[in-house]
Design a protein around this ligand. Sequence first.
Ligand code: MN
Length: 717
Amino acid sequence: MIRQFELVERVKSYDPGADEDALNRAYVFAMKAHGAQKRASGDPYFSHPLEVAGILTLYRLDAASIITALLHDVIEDTPATQEEIRGHFGDEVARLVDGVTKLTRIELQSDLSKQAENFRKLLLAMSDDIRVLLIKLADRLHNMRTLHFIKNPDKRRRIAAETMEIYAPLAERIGMQALKDELEDLAFAELNPDARNSILNRLEFLRTHGGEVVPKICAELQKTLEEAGLSATAVSGREKAPFSIWRKMQRQNIGFEQLSDIIAFRTIVDSIADCYRALGVVHSRYPMVPGRFKDYISTPKPNGYRSIHTGVIGPFKQRIEIQIRTRDMHEVAENGVAAHWVYKQGEITHHEGRQYRWLRELLEILEHASNPEEFLEHTKLDLFQDQVFCFTPKGDLIALPRGATPVDFAYAVHSAVGDRCVGAKINGRIMPLRSQLQNGDQVEILTSKAQTPSPTWERFVVTGRARAKIRRFVRLKEREQYVQLGRSILQRAFRDHGYEYTDKAVEGVLKTFKSASAEDLCVEVGKGTHTGREVLVVVYPGVRDQDKESDKVVPIVRARAKQETGKGGIPIKGLIPGMAMHLAGCCHPLPGDRIVGIVTTGRGVTIHTIDCDTLENYVDTPERWLDVSWDLDSAPEEVHTGRIIVTVANEPGSLAAVSNLIAKNDGNISNLKITNRSTDFFDILIDIDVKTVKHLTNIIAALRASPAIGQVERARN
Ligand code: MN
């Protein structure tokens, strides 16, 4: 276990300005908080955060990260709170500890390895500061190093599998090769100890039988390069990790016999130009093995790794792999992003692929940051900011675009769930279906068999899948409406001439109208493609000559039954049962106004006042007119919008006079817009909540009586 002063000394050695006092306080705080808690190993629990902090000093992380490492388990495992930490250590540390705690909770909540790829993304998305991720990786590394103390074999395997599938790839993703190798090796030892042991034995065998061959090859290569004038070279042989050998054996279904399968010879040179010169020297001296050459300098790996790899038949007629790189590239290869702010000087790659924009941005920040402090101000990661990751109650992870709602989530789970969703619980609380989901939310969709998709959902869903399903449903519903409407139009047209409409009656004329079925024809009539009369005269050509007069008369259906229809239960007499009804936005009809219904394509019936200018558009389609009237007797006291135009003098107090008068007469202004303004007068469009047309007429009369007001009219269109 590292001692308190050792830890502080280590941090001070690379960051002389580190807050020594805060480090000491964090040490004491964590030690007291964890108290007598014990690890599976029997060690005091505090040894764990201390070791994690120790690992991070090797990466030379700043004091805030080290303090966070010391405190990283106190919120989850002790009574300490976020507020306490903020109070003692400030906002930055509080935010970092909170970040690590969130990752820990995700870890506890679910079986991470179920959907490894999504979980990796989730962890990245939740690590909005790269330090959070580095602390989490160090935490995992120490837990892996002490994994063998855990007694439950299932738990050991689960942790090892998670490490293999989630954390090692994350370490690789940010280019921390050495950390990745160690995580993989520890997990490999747990998951497949036999395979690992046989590879270790084989390596041992090759090592002893190869004798001094590796150092000899190193020396030979070094000599060759020096003779070519490449002075500052260092050649070393490095054994590949057992797990990467194993993976290669699995992938290629082969055993390993060749030195090139287990040892990589590495050459460090001064500059990029020297890398290519060294490559030329190697290739002109030793025969190249075709298919083994890779130039990761001109095309770096997504995680920023750069190096030249080539395979040759080496000095002792052995196939060997040689990696050529600069010192800076070497640091990045071993320690990834963490290396960068230690070894800032030197060129930094400009070639990362577009899909790894985040990494490039990170590296650019690293490149431009003149000191570690500045770097740390820019550690905010922008990973997967276009996605959110949410859980089902069973712990499955659903990835959605940012801004997604419970309806999107429901459709992502299953179309049937989407179609029937009536509500959602987010983290156990009932929330509106339009709520935006956040990373890590647990979402439970409430369904009802009676529910159908609502067209209003389309306004807030963001996934194509949800939108397509809702549209499909709405179109189907629309078609049903058209069929119903078209059929009733045809029934009327037929009845007016003494015939009875049946679907069968039109079957003989479907071709004329290019319709596949009677239902299709009804849709076309409902949409207004054909009028009822057009169909009628084709079915009964004799009708054409009958009763020319009747063409000019508006055919009116007098439905006498009272019907409660439409939104808000406005009682209007004369509607077709089941048809949607709404009040026209142009003339704002009020109870008491003389009104007429117009059957509008796809929207059911629109109610206009009888003097509305819009009605002119329907003069030629009389079958769309419905004779309707208000059923004032059964009208509940309802509020409607009355719209007026007022012209008032442009002087102080006149607007106040208008609003006072409206208020005095029990009217409530719901909307107001100045439409026209001149030096002496201005026009105002006012929406007033009123009960009936009489109510509005009273208000208009009161306004007209005021001297400050020039003109008052109901607004038409
Ligand atoms: Mn921990």
